[in-house]
Design a protein around this ligand. Structure first.
Ligand SMILES: O=P(O)(O)OP(=O)(O)OP(=O)(O)OC[C@H]1O[C@@H](n2cnc3c(O)ncnc32)[C@H](O)[C@@H]1O
Ligand SMILES: [Mg+2]
Length: 197
């Protein structure tokens, strides 16, 4: 079985990628399986820029093909915030619950029809011997009035999917992997680049 390194420390992402790549005959390893203490400063102004930086940094350590995900939430009424700052929206310590609470506070007086949001995932693949590839996947929804559900991670409890009448955190992991920004990015990568899969 082919092995892919995923340049992430986020166990929520790792679990999703593990399932998504297993369907395609790959097994994955993440930064949590690699001994070295690697820290990558995510200072690019776009998801794609940060994803490339993560993937290219790790190729330097491993010499293997590396996939990286930089992702987040864009809320229309907040001019696209929290965007690339999604992980640290409520402060440096990366607290999902605090991020969700801050988001709900910011949208306190915003009506249902103005709560449109999208999840974005930039997926970069870096190689030891050729140029990095990047694709973007999205998933459209709305910010709920209150958190619901306990699956997934991050902003899933406050991300409402209108056609499912559920938040992302109320979906099973299989259901999320059919429609998520991460799954959509991987589908694009697969379409654009069949020979690799
Ligand atoms: O950089 P790595 O190590 O991959 O892990 P991270 O958690 O810092 O990841 P990002 O820098 O890409 O920040 C993405 C943030 O956006 C949110 N996010 C991304 N994908 C999500 C998803 O599928 N569901 C809910 N929230 C998500 C979540 O809060 C993440 O912390
Ligand atoms: Mg990060």
């Amino acid at each position: 079985m082919k092995t892919i390194i995923i340049a992430t420390k986020n166990e929520g992402k790792v679990a999703e990628f593990r399932a998504l790549f297993a369907e395609r005959g790959f097994q994955i390893r993440s930064l949590n399986d690699i001994d070295e203490d690697i820290s990558i400063i995510e200072d690019a102004s776009t998801f794609a820029g940060n994803a490339c930086k993560k993937a290219e940094t790790i190729v330097g350590y491993t010499g293997n093909v590396v996939v990286a995900d930089d992702s987040g939430l864009e809320v229309e009424a907040l001019d696209g915030k929290p965007g690339v700052y999604s992980a640290r929206y409520a402060g440096d310590e990366k607290n999902d619950q605090a991020n969700n609470q801050k988001l709900l506070r910011e949208l306190e007086n915003v009506s249902d029809e103005d709560r449109k949001a999208r999840f974005v995932c930039a997926l970069a693949v870096a190689f030891p011997d050729r140029e990095t590839e990047v694709v973007i996947g999205t998933c459209e929804g709305k910010i709920a009035q209150e958190p619901k559900g306990d699956h997934g991670f991050g902003y899933d409890p406050v991300f409402y999917l209108e056609d499912k009448h559920k938040t992302m955190a109320q979906l099973t992991s299989e259901e999320k992997n059919e429609i998520s920004h991460r799954a959509n990015a991987l589908k694009k990568l697969e379409e654009e680049w069949k020979e690799w899969f």
